[in-house]
Design a protein around this ligand. Structure first.
Ligand code: M6R
Length: 367
């Protein structure tokens, strides 16, 4: 059942190219110029009436929602707030009938996410569910469902569900842009082409994975480490940090790279590992200067960078791992893969139960 892999997590990491393809299947027009989410019942008129979007989810799905915020804001120019489901209801969110609430849940059974969905509906908002389980509670109660076709995810640590949630957000963002006219045809077609290239690019990353094993083994000797990045790299940093904590039990924190000097830099000491994501070309110089700040204080830096930037970045980091070049908005669908693998190998090195980490359940059905 693990198809020759040692663990479900590793199998599911390797299933990501297929999960991307399956999630895109039938949702892109034959000419490659538009996205058609025919399963949605929301009309064009309704889409034009949306004034704001709330994305609500827990854990890894919340991290997908953080990327979703950037995707929807940049493609559709609608303001988006992303909340952790267990906090959402208690902050008395301003939910109006022109708010679209998007709940994201792999299982579709997470109690807090379901409660947020119900709260949204009570306030007259329309709810779109992004879920991996067709007949789940969340899917049944939402007005619209966008299924991620990742297939069953068994490992407690979410991998292919997260990345297929990202694909769902890209598709939905393009769907909105198509209706709202917020992006010209050539830009939309360019994003669709780049989406189509992702599965093969993931395969390239998976082929290069063995080098990450050594990185993970050296990390496994540490008690603390940091993930840093800007923009969507920061969202991915948070997902990388959660994954590492969840299965290797090593403490780590994710910081927006520019925030370091507002406090965290005090924690940087000789030898501490820092994993820096540097995939956003327009923020490149700024992140690089943050890397220099931690290096100057003795940090050991692994840079997750775009292929083509190796020579330039090599001077500023101790180690680097290059991901194939894609559009800045799509990079999370690639940059998270090495982080998934690092946490997998770190857990393995520490001889933990990779698929069933202590204290955790796959589906959290209590609030
Ligand atoms: O089934 P859900 O997507 O609603 O689950 C949400 C979280 O419990 C889940 O993503 C959790 O954070 C993962 N175990 C992280 O890998």
């Amino acid at each position: 059942e693990k198809a020759g892999f040692d663990h479900f997590m590793l199998k599911e990491i390797h299933e990501q190219p297929k999960a991307y393809r399956d999630t895109m299947l039938g949702r892109i027009a034959d000419d490659g110029k538009s996205v058609n989410l025919t399963e949605l019942s929301m009309t064009a008129e309704y889409v034009k009436s949306i004034r704001k979007v709330h994305i609500v989810a827990c854990g890894t799905a919340y991290h997908a929602g953080m990327v979703g915020k950037t995707v929807i804001e940049s493609l559709a120019r609608i303001p988006v707030e992303t909340d952790v489901a267990s906090e959402y209801r208690y902050r008395s969110p301003i939910i109006t009938p022109d708010t679209l609430v998007i709940v994201v849940s792999q299982s579709g059974e997470t109690a807090d996410t379901l409660a947020a969905l119900r709260e949204a509906k009570r306030n007259g908002a329309r709810v779109l569910a992004i879920t991996n389980v067709v007949g789940s509670s969340v899917a049944r109660e939402a007005d619209d469902v966008l299924v991620t076709w990742a297939g069953p995810e068994i490992a407690v640590a979410s991998t292919k569900a997260y990345t297929s949630q990202l694909i769902a957000f890209y598709l939905f963002g393009l769907h909105l842009a198509g209706i709202l006219g917020t992006k010209d045809e050539a830009t939309v077609a360019g994003i669709i082409t780049a989406l189509g290239e992702l599965p093969e690019q993931v395969e390239i990353i998976l082929e290069n994975a063995p080098v990450l094993k050594q990185v993970a083994e050296s990390i496994s000797h540490h008690k603390n480490l940091f993930f840093i990045g800007r923009g969507v790299d920061y969202a991915v940093a948070q997902e990388g940090s959660l994954k590492l904590k969840e299965i290797s039990y090593i403490h780590s924190e994710a910081y927006a790279a520019g925030e370091l000097k507002h406090g965290t830099l005090a924690l940087i000491e000789e030898g501490i590992p820092v994993i820096a994501l540097i995939t956003q070309e327009e923020l490149y110089e700024k992140t690089l200067s943050n890397i220099k700040e931690v290096k100057a204080r003795g940090a050991h830096v692994l840079g997750i960078i775009n292929a083509g930037n190796e020579v330039e970045v090599a001077k500023s980091v101790d180690e680097l791992f290059a991901i194939p070049k894609t559009l800045p908005l799509l990079s999370p669908a690639l940059s998270v893969i090495p982080l998934q693998l690092i946490s997998y190998y770190a857990s393995l090195a520490l001889e933990h139960d990779v698929d069933k980490p202590r204290n955790l359940a796959k589906s959290v059905t209590v609030e």
